[in-house]
Write a protein that binds this ligand. Structure first.
Ligand SMILES: CC(C)(COP(=O)(O)OP(=O)(O)OC[C@H]1O[C@@H](n2cnc3c(N)ncnc32)[C@H](O)[C@@H]1OP(=O)(O)O)[C@@H](O)C(=O)NCCC(=O)NCCS
Length: 282
């Protein structure tokens, strides 16, 4: 087995997509596929030392994409083709991606429910926090108000504010990842008030990333985001740990259905309280 870096190219982006489809038994389409491709190219370009293919006889068996931002390392994708699973490929890829974590005190992974992934992350020193997903059609009548918190649409002029909120929530700014998030979301909502600041990206029914400096602002942002989901879309609020009970309160009031799904794996940090991470940019 050989390891080689993932390049910021159309061919490698297609190869990542093919491994993802085989490993997760899913076909990403439309905006979801475009979003995954933007993530691959962004990380392959900015974090080449963290992005690796495992290959045998010229065929890619698996891939790891990871990033490093201001002392925080994050794993954006770990996937191995089904016929190659359970033979140590995932472990080798993760070990290699973790060399990119050199000098980082903190680590974050939005992990699937796959027990092999959970074993490996725990073995690499990550604590496993069980997560919930809350999904369904939004019952607008049940939604609470925003408690007087003013919320407005955001754009690239807000990135400095967003980075400040990131540093407060997870100890590291997203930097230029915000550009990728903005390009691949339907909208960015921003709150900047005396009661606190925060933001939320939404794509269709999915809450992609939410960060806030207070519970009040986090609740108001999630409320407003759910209220703006088009009727035809299914709302999807995921990677909610027990610490984010404010998100459970809002999502339950909106009529969404809770289930347990996967883990938030963390090293050197506790679950950020007023925060719902992005699987791709954490
Ligand atoms: C999760 C995944 C990347 C792991 O890669 P892999 O090559 O299959 O895993 P490895 O052979 O390196 O084994 C990883 C661990 O799982 C254990 N394992 C292997 N087969 C297992 C099984 N059937 N059940 C439980 N554990 C198993 C191994 O012993 C190893 O544990 P250890 O690190 O404590 O020794 C891969 O299985 C996969 O792509 N799964 C589907 C996609 C997915 O869920 N990705 C994770 C996203 S967070």
């Amino acid at each position: 087995m050989l390891l080689r870096p993932v390049h910021d190219s159309a061919a490698d982006t297609a190869a990542v997509r093919a491994i993802d489809a085989a490993a997760f038994d899913r076909t990403l389409e439309g905006r979801e596929a475009a979003r995954a491709d933007v993530r691959t190219r962004r990380l392959a370009g900015a974090d080449q030392a963290g992005c690796w293919f495992a290959e045998e006889d010229g065929q890619a068996l698996g891939v790891a994409l990871s990033l490093r931002r201001e002392g925080l390392w994050g794993l954006a994708l770990l996937a191995v083709r089904p016929e190659a699973q359970g033979k140590g490929v995932g472990r080798t890829l993760l070990d290699h991606a973790l060399t990119h974590a050199h000098g980082c005190l903190r680590g974050m992974i939005v992990a699937s429910a796959d027990p092999r992934a959970a074993r490996r992350y725990h073995g690499a020193g990550f604590r496993l926090h069980p997560t919930m997903a809350l999904t369904g059609r939004v019952d607008r009548a049940g939604l609470p108000g925003t408690g007087g918190i003013a919320i407005h649409l955001g754009d690239a002029t807000h990135f400095d504010l967003l980075d400040s909120v990131d540093r407060r929530c997870r100890g590291a700014a997203h930097g230029e990842d915000h550009l990728a998030l903005l390009r691949t979301s339907d909208e960015l909502l921003v709150a900047d008030t005396l009661a606190g600041s925060g933001y939320c990206y939404r794509l269709g029914g999915r809450v992609m990333l939410l960060a806030a400096t207070s519970r009040r602002v986090a609740s108001a942002l999630l409320t407003q985001t759910l209220a703006r989901i088009p009727d035809a879309e299914t709302a999807d609020v995921r990677t909610v740990t027990a610490e984010q009970d404010w998100a459970v309160d809002v999502a339950m009031a909106a009529g969404l259905t809770p289930e347990t799904r996967g883990w938030l794996a963390l090293r050197g940090m506790k679950p950020p309280t007023h925060y719902l991470p992005s699987g791709a940019y954490l």
